[in-house]
Ligand binder design. Structure first.
Ligand code: SAH
Length: 353
C-alpha cells in the first residue's frame, strides 16, 4: 500500500493526524527509500558542498578532546547522511597525536539505505566504527557529538493562537485532498521558556523529540563529559512563524502534496535546545553564524592551502564552496552553530567575540 493510501486510511479510522505524526510517517518513508542528498537528490548539505566543513568540524572535536585531557572518548555523529562529514573529519584528524587511538566512532542513523552508504564511505578510515539506531546505545564515555542538519528533521507540533485560545494543527483528508485542520487544544504549547505574547492568527512550533534528546544527551555529558556541536538553520530568539517546509529536487514544494516523496523540515528552535541543556546543568555557547564559526576555525586558511597546488577548475570549486559556506547571502548566517558542553570543559573554539 502506498504511503498516501496508508495515511488516508489512518485519518479515516482515527481522525486527522498531528503535524508531528504526519512528518514522522513521511520522513521515515522518505529516508528509508532513497538517498535524498547531493546534486541528483533533493537537497545538498555543507559537508557535500566542501570538504573544508567536515575537516574543520573534525579538528574542532579533536581540540575539545585535547582540552578535556585526552581521555578515551566516543566520536559520534547524529544523522550522518552519506557519511561525508565523518569521512573528512577522520581524514583531517588522522595526524592529531593520540586522537584516533583513543576514540571509537559511532554513527546514529535510522535509515538502512543511508547506513549502507556510510559504511561504504567510511570503510578503513578507523578500526572501531559502530552504527546505532538510538543514542541510548552509546557507550558510557565522554562524547564528542556532531549534529549537522539533524535536528531540523525531527517532527514538530504546530500550535495556532486563535481568538478562543490554542488549537493544534492537524492534517485531514477531504474531497480527495489533504488539508490542514486546527483542532482546539486544552493545553498551551509546552515550551521550555516563557511563552511569548502570541497574537491571534500566529503560530508556535514545539519539537518534543529534540528536547527529549537534549535532556538525554545532557545527562550523558554531565555524567561522562564531552560536547555536542549543533549546526542547523533555525532561530535563536523564539519565533511565531510557520517554518515547516518541503523540498524536492532543490526547490520548495507543497508540504501536503506527494507525502513521502519530499523532504520535510522545520527550523530549529535554538533557544529551546539551550534551555533544555541548561536545565541539565550544561554550558551553552552560541548560537553564532556558520560563517563566523568556520572563519574562526580557519576556513580561509584551509582554502588557501587547497588552492595552492590546484588546477584552475579545482581552484574555482574550492573557492565557490567556501563562498557558499561563509557568505551571509548563502549559508553563512542562515545556518547557526551552537555548542553544548559539560560544565567542566574549558570554552570550545569558534565562539569568542
Ligand atoms: N548530517 C548529514 C545529513 C543530514 S539529512 C549531512 O549534513 O549531510 C538527516 C539525516 O538524519 C539523515 O541521515 C537521516 O536518515 C537521519 N535521521 C533523521 N531522523 C533520524 C533519527 N530520528 N535518528 C537518527 N537519524 C535520523
Amino acid at each position: 500500500m502506498s504511503l498516501v493510501a496508508r495515511i488516508r486510511e489512518h485519518i479515516h479510522a482515527d481522525g486527522p493526524l498531528t503535524v508531528a505524526a504526519y512528518m514522522e510517517r513521511c520522513l521515515s518513508y522518505y529516508y528509508h527509500r532513497r538517498d535524498p542528498l547531493g546534486a541528483k537528490g533533493d537537497f545538498i548539505t555543507a559537508p557535500e558542498i566542501s570538504q573544508i566543513f567536515g575537516e574543520l568540524v573534525g579538528l574542532w572535536c579533536s581540540v575539545c578532546w585535547q582540552r578535556m585531557g585526552r581521555p578515551r572518548a566516543a566520536l559520534v555523529e547524529l544523522g550522518p547522511g552519506r557519511g561525508t562529514l565523518m569521512c573528512d573529519a577522520l581524514r583531517a584528524t588522522a595526524q592529531v597525536p593520540g586522537f584516533h587511538d583513543n576514540i571509537s566512532v559511532h554513527l546514529v542513523e535510522i535509515s538502512q539505505s543511508l547506513k549502507a552508504r556510510q559504511q561504504e564511505m567510511l570503510r578503513g578510515l578507523h578500526p572501531l566504527l559502530r552504527w546505532h539506531e538510538r543514542v541510548e546505545e552509546l557507550p558510557d564515555l565522554p562524547l564528542l557529538l556532531i549534529a549537522n542538519e539533524f535536528f531540523d528533521a525531527l517532527p514538530i507540533h504546530q500550535w495556532m493562537r486563535t481568538q478562543e485560545g490554542w488549537a493544534k494543527r492537524h492534517i485531514g483528508f477531504e474531497q480527495e485532498r489533504f488539508l490542514f485542520q486546527d483542532i482546539p487544544s486544552a493545553f498551551p504549547p509546552p515550551l521550555p521558556y516563557p511563552l511569548p505574547d502570541v497574537p491571534a492568527g500566529a503560530l508556535v512550533e514545539t519539537c518534543e523529540p529534540a528536547l527529549a534528546l537534549m535532556h538525554r544527551l545532557g545527562q550523558h555529558l554531565r555524567a561522562h563529559g564531552g560536547a555536542l556541536l549543533v549546526v542547523d538553520y533555525g532561530y535563536a530568539q523564539g519565533t511565531c512563524a510557520d517554518t515547516l517546509q518541503a523540498v524536492r529536487n532543490h526547490a520548495y514544494a507543497s508540504v501536503l502534496e506527494t507525502p513521502g516523496e519530499i523532504d520535510l523540515t522545520a527550523h530549529v528552535d535554538f533557544r529551546a535546545l539551550a534551555a533544555a541543556a541548561k536545565q541539565e546543568g550544561l554550558a551553552v555557547y552560541g548560537p553564532v553564524g556558520q560563517g563566523n564559526f568556520l572563519r574562526a576555525l580557519g576556513a580561509e586558511v584551509r582554502a588557501a592551502q587547497l588552492v595552492n597546488h590546484a588546477s584552475e577548475p579545482q581552484r574555482r570549486a574550492v573557492l565557490s564552496g567556501l563562498e557558499r559556506l561563509l557568505s551571509p547571502t548563502q549559508m553563512g548566517t542562515l545556518f547557526q552553530v551552537m555548542a553544548i558542553c559539560a560544565p567542566t570543559m574549558p570554552p570550545p573554539e569558534g565562539f569568542a567575540g
